[in-house]
Design a protein around this ligand. Structure first.
Ligand SMILES: Cc1cc2nc3c(=O)[nH]c(=O)nc-3n(C[C@H](O)[C@H](O)[C@H](O)COP(=O)(O)O)c2cc1C
Length: 341
């Protein structure tokens, strides 16, 4: 049974810490893992409406999700109105709870065609896209974008008004312009201003690397929810810790990287080909090792391993050797400075 806009917003109020979509990271396995680790609403990575038209098997696989992920949205992007409408219909047929539109992707190959964040320079086209997608489906439609094309043309207030007028359920905003890429800091003062002037629920996003920061951003910006992306890659407990603060629970969250990795491994083995499982375990064990002794050496060694059992043995040996060692805080260090939103 599909959710109404009101039900979806209620879910967001219950847990206002959403998982930000990240291509090749927040896949089916990772989203189920994060739900288990306490995150709120999840969204798939961006799916090409053009790719769907050409019936790409790989594109369709990105759209698959597990039942535990509800509420789950599927994010689509593209420049052709007819293909976006078809893609939205397919999202609805798959049983997702909402269609999310990607208007944040800064990648040159995407913006050159007028997709992703390029729409921020053409709000007439934005209206057309929202209208065509909204009328193609009866499930809620949401959108995620940046604060503007460049520093001189920030326009989230106008974008929020348009999104409201066209019946979007929320606007998720990564607090950087397209021209900023992943440099500098997300501008939360601007997000606060947008929220104050917006008739539509606003989800703030950018640079949240701890539960304390998540709570602070939520409270100070007044946003209806916050989205966390890179922050959960080094700290997969960030959602559970944020919820503990939000609900003022005094239960402490135990951190055990090995246990977390093995949970993720289980989801990967259930949903993904061996090649992907191997790659994801390498990536996550490398990220989890940040701030521990010899992490650079460990990272280098795991990426050379080709056999899954050997990889698991190495991961076990490394993380077991860390028992009792304090992890250094690396949240201020530059991390994954590129993506599709
Ligand atoms: C590797 C990577 C891939 C991303 N892929 C997507 C995507 O598919 N769709 C999207 O809307 N945003 C994407 N993003 C942007 C994130 O959702 C988020 O807006 C951004 O990383 C800032 O939030 P954070 O500082 O919490 O990571 C991606 C980001 C990264 C780092």
């Amino acid at each position: 049974m599909s959710m109404t806009q009101e039900q979806l917003l209620l879910e967001m109020k219950k847990n206002p810490f959403l998982l930000a979509p990240m291509a090749a990271i927040t896949d089916r396995a990772f989203r189920s893992f994060m739900r288990e680790m306490g995150c709120g609403i999840v969204t798939t990575e961006l799916v090409s409406a053009n790719g769907l038209e050409y019936a790409s098997e790989k594109t369709r696989r990105i759209m698959e999700f597990d039942e535990v992920q509800h509420p789950v949205g599927i994010q689509i992007f593209g420049e052709r109105l007819d293909l976006l409408a078809n893609a939205a219909k397919e999202v609805e047929q798959m049983g997702a709870d909402f269609v999310d539109l990607n208007f944040g992707c800064p990648v040159p190959k995407v913006v050159k065609k007028g997709a992703g964040s390029a729409i921020l320079k053409d709000l007439k086209q934005l209206v057309k896209v929202l209208r065509v997608v909204k009328s193609a489906v009866s499930i809620p439609v949401t959108m995620k974008t940046r604060t503007g094309w460049d520093e001189g043309s920030r326009n989230s207030d106008e974008v929020a008004q348009i999104a409201f007028d066209e019946g979007m359920t929320w606007l998720a905003l990564h607090g950087r312009t397209r021209s900023k890429g992943y440099n500098g800091q997300a501008d939360w003062d601007y997000l606060r201003w947008v929220k104050q002037n917006s008739p539509l629920p606003i989800i703030g996003n950018g640079d949240i690397a701890s539960a304390a920061k998540a709570m602070q951003r939520l409270e100070e910006s007044g946003c209806d929810a916050v989205m966390i992306g890179r922050g959960c890659l080094k700290n997969p407990w960030i959602f559970r810790e944020s919820m503990a603060l939000y609900t003022q629970s005094d239960s402490t969250v135990e951190r055990d990287f090995l246990e977390a990795l093995m949970k993720l491994r289980g989801h990967l083995e259930r949903t993904s080909p061996d090649k992907i499982t191997l790659l994801q375990i390498k990536k996550f064990s490398a990220w989890f090792s940040a701030g521990y002794p010899d992490s650079a050496k460990f990272r280098k060694s795991v990426f050379q391993i080709k056999d899954k059992d050997e990889l698991i043995d190495n991961v076990y040996a490394y993380f077991q050797s860390l028992a009792g060692i304090q992890q250094r805080d690396t949240s201020h260090e530059a991390f994954l400075m590129g993506g599709h939103g």
